[in-house]
Design a protein around this ligand. Structure first.
Ligand code: SAM
Length: 384
C-alpha cells in the first residue's frame, strides 16, 4: 500500500527516520507529510508507534478537478459501500490550496453529499455524519486542480494521546513535543530534564520514548478498526509486541515548574500516561534548580511573552542563560521560543538552530552545549 503520514513543519525528517525504523519502504519526505509504502501490519504499527505523525492516510483515488460539480461527480463514482456500511457514520476533512476551491469546508460538504447520495442510490438510505469518532473518516486534499481522496486510518489526530487530563496556558502539541525530543538526537543514554514543564507534555513524550513505550499503547480508537478489512488478530499481535517492547530506563526523567498548579496537572497527566514511578515532578524555580544528575539533556519551552505575560522577558531569558552556565555544565540544553530578541539574552552561542511552529508561532529550537569550564573561559574572554 502507498501511504502518507501527515506531520508538522520541520518534523518531516524525524518522521521519515521513524518510518525507516519501522521498516517502511520507499520513504519520501514531502511538505508536512511523508509518503511511504508498507503492508497492513505496518499501517497498524505506524498508528500505534509513530511519535511525530498526526494521521496516517491511505490514498484511494487521485484525479484532476476544477469545479464543485466535477468534484461531486468524481466522488460519487467511487464505490463507497466497499469501504463502509450504510449504518456507519462518516466524516470528511478537506484541505484545499487551489484557485478553484477557495473554501475547504465547501469541498468537504460537496464530498459528503456525493457519498451520501451514492448510498441513497444503492440502499435507499444514507449513513450518518459523526465528526468526532466516525466509522470512516475521509480526507480530501486539493492542490491546484489535483485532488487526492484518502481514507484516514487514524480516525482522530494522533496528537491525542489520551493523557491530557487538564491543560494550562500554552501547552505544547504532543507531536511537536515528541518531535523536539527526537530532533535532539538523544540516544536515551543520560538523564532528561524539563525545568519548565508546565502540564508535562515534553517530559511525558521524552518518558514514553525513553521507555520505548508506543505513544498510543493505551488508545482504543483508531479509524482502521472500523474498516471492512480490519484484522483484529493482526492488531492484537502488533499491540502485544509493542507491550513487550517497553523497557526500563535508568537515567532519570525530571520535570520542574515554579507554578503549583502546573505541578498538579503534570502529575495527573503523568499518571494518565501510565508513567507512575517512572518520572519525577517537583516544584522548583529554575533560578534555584540544581542538576538532578551529573550530565543530561535539557529540553525546555519557557514563556515567550506573547502567550504568557512576564515582566521583563529579556531579563528572564538572561537568567535562563546564566543558570545554564553556572549550574549545568556537562549538559546539553535545547530551548524553543518564538521570541528571537529574548533568545539573544541567553548569552550562549547556539550550536544548532532549527525552525519549528508552535501553533501559529514561528519558533527557533536552539541547542546549547554547556561544556565544563565554559563559564571560566567566558570570564577570561570578557576580561581580555
Ligand atoms: C510555555 S509553559 C510550558 C508548557 C509546557 N511545555 C506544556 O506543554 O504544558 C512555560 C512554563 O514555565 C513555567 N515557568 C515560568 N517561569 C519559571 C521559572 N522561573 N522557573 C520554573 N518554571 C517557570 C511556567 O509556570 C509555565 O508552566
Amino acid at each position: 500500500m502507498k501511504l502518507i503520514a501527515k506531520t508538522m513543519a520541520g518534523l518531516e525528517g524525524v518522521l521519515a527516520e521513524e518510518l525507516r525504523q519501522l521498516g517502511a519502504q520507499n520513504i519520501e519526505p514531502l511538505t508536512r507529510a511523508v509518503a511511504f509504502e508498507g503492508d497492513k501490519r505496518l499501517l497498524y504499527r505506524a498508528n500505534l508507534e509513530l511519535r511525530t505523525a498526526l494521521r496516517v492516510l491511505l490514498p484511494i483515488r487521485a484525479f484532476q478537478v476544477r469545479s464543485e460539480e466535477g468534484l461531486y461527480k468524481m466522488i460519487r463514482e467511487i464505490d463507497w459501500p466497499k469501504y463502509m456500511g450504510v449504518d456507519g457514520a462518516l466524516a470528511v476533512d478537506a484541505a484545499t490550496h487551489s484557485p478553484y476551491f477557495k473554501h475547504s469546508k465547501y469541498a468537504a460538504l460537496k464530498t459528503k453529499d456525493a457519498i451520501v447520495d451514492r448510498f441513497r442510490q444503492e440502499f435507499g438510505r444514507r449513513p450518518n455524519v459523526d465528526l468526532d469518532k466516525p466509522s470512516l473518516r475521509i480526507n480530501i486534499h486539493i492542490y491546484n486542480d489535483e485532488c487526492t481522496v484518502a481514507l484516514d486510518s487514524s480516525g482522530m489526530s494522533l496528537h491525542k494521546r489520551g493523557y491530557r487530563m487538564e491543560t494550562l496556558e500554552a501547552p505544547i502539541n504532543e507531536v511537536l513535543a515528541a518531535g523536539m525530543v527526537l530532533l535532539t538526537g538523544w540516544q536515551r543514554d543520560c538523564a532528561f530534564v524539563d525545568p519548565m514543564c508546565g502540564s508535562g507534555t515534553i517530559l511525558i513524550e521524552a518518558a514514553t520514548y525513553a521507555h520505548n513505550m508506543a505513544p498510543q499503547l493505551h488508545r482504543q480508537f483508531f479509524g482502521f478498526k472500523s474498516w471492512k478489512n480490519y484484522e483484529p488478530r493482526l492488531w492484537d499481535e502488533v499491540l502485544a509486541e509493542a507491550r513487550d517492547s517497553v523497557r526500563p530506563f535508568e537515567y532519570g526523567l525530571f520535570g520542574y515548574d515554579k507554578d503549583f498548579r502546573a505541578l498538579k496537572v503534570a502529575q495527573q497527566n503523568c499518571l494518565a500516561a501510565h508513567l507512575e514511578g517512572r518520572v519525577s515532578v517537583e516544584r522548583k524555580a529554575f533560578e534555584k534548580l540544581e542538576p538532578p544528575a551529573q550530565t543530561g539533556l535539557i529540553v525546555m519551552n519557557p514563556p515567550y511573552d506573547e502567550r504568557i505575560g512576564n515582566e521583563d522577558i529579556g531579563a528572564f531569558y538572561k537568567m535562563i542563560g546564566d543558570r545554564l552556565k553556572q549550574a549545568f555544565s556537562g549538559y546539553q540544553a535545547w530551548l524553543i521560543s518564538s521570541n528571537l530578541e529574548a533568545l539573544k539574552q541567553i548569552g550562549l552561542r547556539p550550536s544548532r538552530k532549527l525552525s519549528l511552529f508552535n501553533g501559529a508561532l514561528e519558533c527557533k529550537f536552539q541547542k546549547y552545549d554547556l561544556y565544563e569550564g565554559s563559564r571560566k573561559e567566558k570570564r577570561q574572554n570578557d576580561e581580555s
